[in-house]
Design a protein around this ligand. Structure first.
Ligand code: IPE
Ligand code: IPE
Ligand code: MG
Length: 264
């Protein structure tokens, strides 16, 4: 199993002791895990490197976490790669991130496809460069019939922007006379979100110590559990990911009601 997770190319990363996986109660696993991959810049600073080196290191972590989630049997993994606000960063950093994104898709696509991953992109894809848009659409097309983990990459994504787009699309249907305003309910909105067709988000993980959503999955996180760690994303390990899953299994989710024992 671990060979599959880490691949033979990275043998030093194969842990000899996998007992930390024993705590996983499959009946209490989250179906959909969302990750705010934060702290690449802080990690790089700590190593005396340029911020961009942190982003490169972050891609390696992403590969390991995707493989771990897939092997454990998580249904959907959503990762925050670039927000609608990240354009405010220096041009050189934005440019680097876009190139890294293109390179990642270029290099990883075949292997992801072989592992039955179903990739999907969230966000304003039309705001990316023409070449990237093409890569994104080709990746989705290539893997659309796959039946493994649904892997959502949020790129040029903002939760507020997603809700604005949903409102626009609903308004257009009302204008066309296809929908009456009274008939709009939660499912109407949900069907217009970029995550349409995914199970509800059960768990949101944010690395690097900040405790906020930063415009990530505002609607979808309504009843998600939150898990924070001080670890910067490049140092985040499969072990820590599993720790978050195990802790999720011990949470008492009430969704506004009472728990099974009839208590709060
Ligand atoms: C997350 O790391 C990656 C992106 C936002 C693209 P950061 O680049 O935000 O790293 P910090 O938060 O500055 O350390
Ligand atoms: C959120 O991180 C976006 C991604 C991880 C892609 P940021 O680093 O942009 O968030 P803030 O600015 O600290 O809120
Ligand atoms: Mg950050």
């Amino acid at each position: 199993m671990w060979k599959k997770i880490f691949g033979n190319k990275d043998p030093e990363k194969v842990p000899s002791d996998t007992s930390w996986m024993d705590g996983i109660d499959r009946a209490r696993l989250p179906r959909h895990v969302a990750v705010i991959m934060d702290g690449n810049g802080r990690w790089a600073k700590g190593q005396g490197l340029m911020r961009t080196a942190g982003h490169t290191a972050g891609v390696k972590t992403l590969k390991r976490i995707l493989k771990t989630a897939s092997d454990i049997g998580i249904e959907a993994l959503t990762v925050y790669a670039f927000s609608t606000e990240n354009w405010k960063r220096p041009h050189a950093e934005v440019d680097f991130l876009m190139k890294l994104f293109a390179e990642y898709l270029d290099k990883e696509l075949q292997e992801m496809n072989e592992e039955n991953v179903r990739i999907h992109f969230l966000g304003r894809i039309d705001g990316l460069s023409g070449n990237l848009q093409k890569q994104v659409r080709e990746a989705e097309e290539l893997m659309k019939a796959n039946t493994g983990i649904r892997f959502n990459i949020a790129a040029n994504y903002g939760g507020q922007d997603e809700l604005v787009r949903a409102a626009q699309s609903i308004a257009r249907r009302v204008l066309r006379g296809e929908l009456s305003p009274e008939a709009i309910d939660e499912s109407t909105v949900e069907d217009c979100l970029d995550t349409c067709g995914c199970p509800p988000v059960d768990l949101v993980i944010r690395t690097s110590g900040d405790m906020r959503l930063s415009n990530f999955l505002l609607w979808q996180a309504a009843y998600a559990e939150f898990w924070f760690t001080e670890t910067n994303w490049p140092d985040f390990t499969p072990e820590e990911f599993v720790k978050a899953l195990v802790e999720f299994g011990h949470r008492d989710r009430r969704f506004g009601g009472l728990n099974d024992a009839g208590e709060r």
